[in-house]
Design a protein around this ligand. Sequence first.
Ligand code: PRP
Ligand code: URA
Length: 209
Amino acid sequence: MQGVTVVDHPLVQHKLTIMRDKETSTAGFRRLLREISLLLCYEVTRDLELTTRKIETPLEVIDAPTLEGKKLVFASVLRAGNGLLDGMLDLVPAARVAHVGMYRDHETLQAVEYFFKAPSDLANRLVIVVDPMLATANSAIAAVDKLKERGATNLRFLCLLAAPEGLERFRAAHPDVPVFTASIDRNLNEKGYIVPGLGDAGDRMYGTK
Ligand code: PRP
Ligand code: URA
């Protein structure tokens, strides 16, 4: 699908398999999500532009590569987005962070917003929205709508699992936002869960149910 990158690195796929396993503990699930987020972050930032700056090594002065432009923004869709966010901040510690509080109403599957806090100058920054699950895409579409409303123009969406139906809806709603995922699963079940999936990401991360 155009605008969709599946990160098929063997380490990502191996870790994802352990995360899908229902026997994996809460602690194990959280640790793996953090580990995978490092690898996904590497892919989603692969084409960032570089400029150079003059530095002096102990031996000589050189023009050395450095990231161009303003600091990135990672926008975490709460709660489960925080599982990806932590590892991404390990890799890009200077990134700014936006929090988008959103939950799925279990009956209607509509996204309900309960919190929003973001840097004020989103317009000039690359905003990488993170949420492990793209199911119906209601949450992802609403999160990106909100960030665009607040000025973001350059966005990417990073998840762990996507349902084909959700991907199609998201790309139709936001064709300018490329999606990065570790897997496109088979479909959504009648309750809007991704199958085979990994269950409820937030519950598995935090031991709630
Ligand atoms: C999960 C997930 C996404 C959303 C995906 O969050 O983290 O935000 O569902 O489903 P959708 O594509 O159908 O909108 P949830 O609503 O369970 O909230 P939580 O992270 O607080 O558990
Ligand atoms: N949210 C989840 O956490 N898991 C799913 O399978 C669908 C939505």
